[in-house]
Design a protein around this ligand. Structure first.
Ligand code: PLP
Length: 462
């Protein structure tokens, strides 16, 4: 039975909210799951029912919900101050947090510029890179090198360097032009044509194109190891290193967007470590506060930072900043989260969990409508198609990915797809038995929707 409070909240949600990336027409036709609590790796709905948080609240929760140490750190900070500005003032917790971040970042990244979310962290990197070249007298450099399928957030600068047709094309007239290169991902699926370029050939193509377009280019912008929002598309080993080398060769900056990959998601603290790469600028958000509070940062090398130094009247200042830059509560959460990494040996425990996922996913890969599985650490994409022999996808109106995720709720698992790619990206604190439950549920849900009696019920079917 629906309580009066729950019904009131549902009505208010339908009347007052506009949910992100959501077709509100369909949304308002259904009762939303209302979360009112969380504990460990579980979300608790308003009726007290518990669900495994299989996408870590949009890829950001790291050590679980209501972690005692992070909770306490936020409470302690609240006892001092919630927020004061970094414009014209310094603030103790944000200083400590910047130092703790630098100590964990790839060697050579030494300056932290705070902002509020992943889009602004990318936007800051974009603007810094442009100004860096101008300040060094290279005023002709004004184009960014980006990749098909890239996603760097939803503000207009970060949309400009993005390349997901569904999200970005409608805004194209508002965006600055970029050099868009092929991304060296090739589906290894039954329908892959023999003459389809292999990743090595695509990497060679990237190398050739960068040489051509480098003279007016500012920076190469990349999601290291894996493109998240494109549907978890992995890059071949050595691609990031190749981009570092190309950037060096042609005098470009390398911007690594680690908003999704940072803070352990790919098995190391930062994905760049896996190829021994230090980018010139590194954007982080999501897991930076353990998934507690909105904060982001863009890390820069001293070389980039130095370009902005000068007498006041030279106006070399980086003219960018947000009201809540370096928010003390969020920095306290972030600082505590980094300490939890050390105290709980989070990264050491992770390799066994990643392996458990890899092994468990083998059974999912056998399902008839699974076209391919991609994995980098705990970032996992399971691509569903109508016909694996031809590669034909499902009609969008069927919303098969969405249906699979709704099915999983029947077994107390929350996941969210990207079109018909089922995404798994749990908190790093997920336990072995929770991994098994997540995989069994996903297997069952895919089976039910793609083979079972729910097969022909499109979302808009009666
Ligand atoms: N960059 C990458 C690689 C992302 O995956 C995302 C979000 O998913 C963003 C940037 C944008 O982050 P936010 O949603 O915090 O603005």
């Amino acid at each position: 039975m629906t309580s009066a409070r729950k019904q009131r909240l549902i009505d208010l949600d339908h009347r007052r909210l506009w949910h992100p990336f959501t077709q509100m027409q369909g949304w308002s036709a259904e009762d939303p799951l209302i979360v009112s609590g969380g504990e460990g790796n579980e979300l608790i709905d308003i009726d007290g029912r518990r669900y495994l948080d299989g996408v870590s609240s949009l890829w950001c929760n790291v050590h679980g919900h209501r972690h005692p140490k992070i909770d306490q750190a936020v409470r302690d900070q609240l006892g001092r101050i919630a927020h004061s500005t970094l414009l014209g003032l310094a603030q103790d917790t944000s200083i400590e947090f910047a130092d703790a971040l630098v100590r964990r970042l790839p060697d050579g990244l030494s300056r932290i510029f705070y902002s509020d979310n992943g889009s602004t962290a990318a936007e800051v990197a974009i603007k810094m890179a442009y100004s860096y070249h101008r300040l060094r007298g290279r005023k002709n450099r004004n184009k960014y090198i980006t990749f098909e399928g890239a996603y760097h957030g939803d503000t207009l600068g970060s949309v400009s360097v993005g390349a997901i047709e569904l999200f970005h094309e409608q805004f194209r007239p508002l965006l600055f032009p970029t050099h868009q290169l092929p991304y060296p991902f090739v589906r290894r699926a039954p329908w892959t044509k023999a003459d389809e370029p292999d990743p090595k050939a695509l990497m060679a193509e990237v190398e050739r194109r960068v040489a051509e377009i480098a003279p007016d280019a500012v920076a190469i912008v990349i999601e290291p190891l894996i493109q998240g929002a494109a549907g978890m598309k992995t890059a071949p080993a050595g691609f990031l290193k190749l981009l570092r080398d190309l950037a060096d060769e042609h005098g470009l900056l390398l911007i690594a967007d680690e908003v999704a990959t940072g803070f352990g998601r790919t098995g190391t603290m930062f994905a760049c470590e896996q190829e021994g790469v230090t980018p010139d600028l590194l954007a982080m958000a999501k897991g930076i506060s353990g998934g507690y509070l909105p904060i982001a940062a863009t890390a820069a090398t001293e070389e980039v930072y130095d370009a902005f130094l000068g007498a006041y009247e030279e106006f070399k200042t980086f003219f960018h900043g947000h009201t809540y830059t370096g928010n003390a509560l969020a920095c306290a959460a972030g600082l505590a989260s980094l300490e939890v990494f050390d105290e709980e040996g989070t990264l050491d425990a992770l390799s066994g969990k990643i392996e458990r996922f890899t092994q468990g996913l083998a059974a999912v890969a056998e399902l008839p409508h699974v076209a391919g599985i991609r994995q980098a650490g705990v970032m996992i994409g399971i691509e569903l198609v109508a016909d694996t022999a031809t590669g034909e996808g499902y009609a969008p109106r069927r919303r098969v990915g969405h249906q699979v995720c709704m099915k999983a709720r029947e077994r107390d698992v929350i996941i969210r797809p990207l079109s018909d790619v089922i995404i798994l990206n749990p908190p790093l604190s997920i336990t072995p038995s929770q991994i098994d439950h997540l995989l069994e549920t996903v297997h069952w849900s895919i089976e039910q929707i793609t083979q079972g009696r729910d097969q022909d019920q499109g979302d808009d079917a009666p």
